[in-house]
Design a protein around this ligand. Sequence first.
Ligand SMILES: [Zn+2]
Length: 162
Amino acid sequence: MSRIGFGYDAHRFAEGRSLTLGGVLIPHSAGLLGHSDADVLTHAIIDALIGALGKGDIGKHFPDNDPSLKNANSLLMLKKVMAWVKEESWRINNVDATVVAQQPKLAPHIDAMRDTLSGVLDVEPNRINVKAKTTEGMGFCGREEGMEAFAVVSLIHFTDEA
Ligand SMILES: [Zn+2]
């Protein structure tokens, strides 16, 4: 048995906020605005996992009016979703994600994101792929109004393992 899930997220830039992607703090002149830490990559992965589990979406489980989630570290939400994955006897096969941002350049931070996410997702970093793209100046990402992220995740059921 296997499952796939797809996730998408977007947040706008705001001054005076920190920029956290895949749980990694990234130096930049602006951060992303959101109720939690607005970690757009982690949110896309969370939505992909929730989708693979058939449990709706991130807003259903982590509403943006929940005071306990104010400026929350999104890795804690990811940990909670991973507990559901394990409870239902799934494990991560692989994750592939794309972060869209004109600035900052994310290439120097990709390995740190993979390492951080692999710890929470409980798989080797080589099963987690993170790509960074610009839009060549087009659209809201190109105008540096915000960032978006896409993620697909594949789950394998423990019963299928020898
Ligand atoms: Zn989000």
